[in-house]
Design a protein around this ligand. Structure first.
Ligand SMILES: [Zn+2]
Length: 304
């Protein structure tokens, strides 16, 4: 066991109901960076929340966010990441992608929790929003500031100590599932959001066709970086717990197909991996496999 899990693990109670009993759905590994360790994707026996249990401690998690972790990566490198980010930048600017829900709101103050390199904040700023960002990664926040964004805080959300009712909207794009205590985070989001303000959550959909097809090899399991595997009922319960009201619930697919990534995670063939794991394959598969990955992420807009 020591050999399988090189870092210290801790058992955690359910974030929604506080109970401890879980059943194991399957065991997952870090297929992204191929770091050692095996982790239980478990389901709360009481309320059904799916989460990683046990999971690495805070200190242990440092191993699993290595230098090459894509969302924290420095810009200016060569290869796929840079090209994909440019392409994604154009897509957000002209189409809006997952942010389209926000285009219907009157621009005001918006906070991006887990803002990464600030690409989404930049698009929001160009649409007239006053933008704020928080991210625990110093590399990521440095990149965001290099885009000309001010109000970027390096650290955890509660450490930024925003005043009550400050924001008109808060964005949590693929960040909630990484948080050790999403319930506490949503309580803080509720405090700093003005009455009637909106929170937009984008997270992997554990009920999606891809999730059911690929199970432990699904790209968006991303163990052990993802602690929570949300579904319609569990995100609803989590939001209701903090007095949010869901106004729209829809889906989106990952721009760079997680379908192909999931196939490469499931195969041991180096030839198949090399053949599939590139931008051209992602684009082709995005079109061909559309029906199987259109619901891979959930897009939830909720009001305070
Ligand atoms: Zn529970």
């Amino acid at each position: 066991m020591e050999r399988m899990n090189p870092v210290k693990l801790e058992n955690v109670n359910c974030e929604i109901c506080g109970k401890r009993e879980t059943t194991i759905l399957f065991k997952a590994r870090d297929y992204c960076h191929e770091l050692p360790g095996e982790f239980n994707v478990s389901r709360c026996s009481n309320c059904g929340l799916a989460y990683l249990n046990p999971r690495p401690t805070k200190e242990g998690m440092e191993v699993y966010y290595p230098e090459g972790y894509a969302p924290h990566k420095r810009m200016g490198g060569v290869g796929d990441i840079r090209f994909q980010q440019r392409l994604l930048g154009f897509f957000i600017k002209f189409h809006g992608g997952e942010l389209r829900t926000l285009w219907r709101l009157k621009p005001g103050k918006i906070l991006d929790v887990g803002c990464g390199g600030g690409m989404y904040l930049k698009a929001l700023k160009e649409r007239g929003w006053t933008v704020y960002g928080v991210d625990a990664s110093a590399v990521a926040t440095q990149r965001a500031r290099a885009l000309g964004l001010n109000n970027i805080f390096t650290g955890e959300l509660h450490e930024a100590r925003h005043p009550d009712n400050l924001f008109d909207a808060i964005l949590m794009r693929h960040s909630l599932e990484h948080m050790p205590h999403p319930s506490e985070t949503l309580a803080e989001v509720h405090r700093i959001l003005r009455p009637g303000g909106a929170v937009l959550i984008v997270a992997p959909n554990f009920q999606s066709t891809e999730a059911r097809l690929f199970k432990q090899h699904w790209y968006q399991i991303d163990a052990p970086r993802h602690f929570y595997f949300l579904e319609h009922s569990t995100i609803r319960n989590l939001l209701h717990k903090h007095n949010f009201r869901i106004t729209t619930y829809s889906f989106s697919s990952r721009p760079f197909s997680s379908f192909v990534k999931s196939i490469t995670y499931g195969t041991t063939s180096k030839v198949i991996k090399r053949l599939l794991d590139n931008t051209i394959s992602y684009i082709i598969s995005h079109v061909i496999f559309w029906p199987w990955h259109r619901d891979t992420s959930m897009v939830v807009l909720a009001k305070k």
